[in-house]
Design a protein around this ligand. Structure first.
Ligand SMILES: NC(=O)c1ccc[n+]([C@@H]2O[C@H](COP(=O)([O-])OP(=O)(O)OC[C@H]3O[C@@H](n4cnc5c(N)ncnc54)[C@H](OP(=O)(O)O)[C@@H]3O)[C@@H](O)[C@H]2O)c1
Length: 247
């Protein structure tokens, strides 16, 4: 799909990767619907991109409805950028956090895609899921990994059954407020964080070329291949990396 000039709905548009995607698509002349909760940050992105801000909590059905009210019948591109993280051993993750991660990272993209599918079909549109390399399973991020693996599976199924473009973006660490918000910084020596702008560029390029999956940086795809071909080796290597990461 050529994104230029098409109406794009971006969740998570008030910060990080979603805001960078908004900037890039605005540069392509796309009218934008910008979804987030923080009105001030959303307004700042709207001011520089000309997008329409929509304040919505995507963990609530009312939030999904609010987005559909403005996007239904018009959206050609749907970018699911909203997401939250949680780090630490599973036993230390509060039950409410499990609910929040599942609601925002997995249920909201599924519900929103389901609701907007007739529109996306009519527009010969495209949907993008911002997952994570954690979809292949990262220690001390079990719940987050589960939501992102679920998202990846959902995208894989949709790509086959629905006649729209479907892309999954799997970034490694990205330099955004994400880590501060989840309450635990990024301490690994490698992979080094990339910029949100780099992820946004890869995402828009993937839409343009109808790519099924894109890893950012690209070499992270090697980890996914080892995971798929030799799960026991993947587990051994992950344990070693985790011990050496200091966090
Ligand atoms: N940063 C990384 O290292 C990294 C790596 C791999 C994947 N990712 C994924 O990339 C996506 C974007 O993350 P980011 O790094 O850009 O993080 P970020 O800067 O913290 O942005 C997160 C966005 O999600 C929105 N959001 C969170 N909870 C929401 C809710 N209940 N309802 C509506 N919007 C909500 C936030 O909106 P408000 O602030 O307005 O509430 C914000 O716009 C996420 O899905 C994340 O899992 C990030």
């Amino acid at each position: 799909m050529r994104p230029a000039g098409r109406l794009a709905v971006i969740t998570g548009a008030s910060s990080g990767i979603g805001a960078a995607v908004a900037d890039r698509l605005a540069g392509e002349g796309c009218p934008l619907i910008l979804v987030g909760r923080d009105r001030a940050r959303l307004d700042a992105v709207a001011a520089r991109t000309g997008g329409r801000p929509v304040t919505a909590d995507l963990s609530e059905p009312a939030g999904i409805d609010a987005v559909c009210d403005v996007a239904d019948g018009r959206a050609a591109l749907l970018v699911h950028g909203a997401g939250v993280g949680a780090a630490g051993p599973l036993a230390d993750i509060p039950a409410a956090t499990v609910g929040e991660l599942t609601a925002v990272n997995l249920l909201a993209p599924v519900q929103l895609t389901r609701a907007l599918l007739p529109t996306l079909r009519a527009e010969h549109g495209h949907v993008v899921f911002v997952a994570s390399i954690a979809a292949i399973g990262v220690a001390n991020e079990a719940v987050y990994s589960a939501t992102k693996a679920g998202l990846r599976g959902f995208a894989d199924a949709l790509r086959v059954e629905a006649d729209i473009g479907v892309t999954t973006v799997l970034p490694g660490a990205v330099d955004t407020p994400y880590f501060e918000r989840r309450g635990r910084g990024y301490h690994r020596r490698f992979p080094r964080p990339v910029t949100a702008e780099r992820v946004a560029a890869a995402l828009v390029d993937a839409v343009r070329h109808n790519r099924a999956e894109v890893f950012v940086p690209r070499w992270l795809a090697v980890g996914a291949r080892v995971h798929g071909l030799a799960p026991a080796t993947f587990t051994r290597l992950s344990r070693r990396l985790d011990r050496g990461s200091g966090g």
